[in-house]
Design a protein around this ligand. Sequence first.
Ligand code: ZN
Ligand code: ZN
Length: 167
Amino acid sequence: MRTWQETVPAPSEFGNALIGAPEGSDMVCDLRLESVHDGILVSGDVTITLEGQCSRCLDPITDQMVVEVQELFLFDAPSEVPEDDDEADEMYEVQDETIDLEPMLRDAAITKLPFQPVCREDCEGLCAQCGVRLDENPGHRHEVLDPRWSALEGLFDADDDTTREER
Ligand SMILES: [Zn+2]
Ligand SMILES: [Zn+2]
């Protein structure tokens, strides 16, 4: 068994629309590589730096995520996928005596990223009507017009028209 502790730069487009690892940011790998009879078993964890945007208040977020991985890289991946193998599309292969960790990391990490990341669990976000930050404006609300008052407004408008017509 070998350990592989290395910091590698994040590849491009590692994330979803709102959050991900910026290209070139540190991915700290702490992995064990174990020879098994049909391949190499890679396990351990990778610490990833995340940057993104709060889906509620649009503030920038920085975070860290530890991704646990455990995958078998086969020396000889079958070219024909057995029919009853549901995990066939997640098969990894040792190629030219090296293993490419990137697809494995993508599969393990990107699916775990939140689609609606928040800066804090209780982030109140922005007012849907005027965009002020609700955290900084407790009790902020807009007067909701009672539809009956709108009807009255229409009434006054009508009166105005009548006045004008009488002139
Ligand atoms: Zn927020
Ligand atoms: Zn508002």
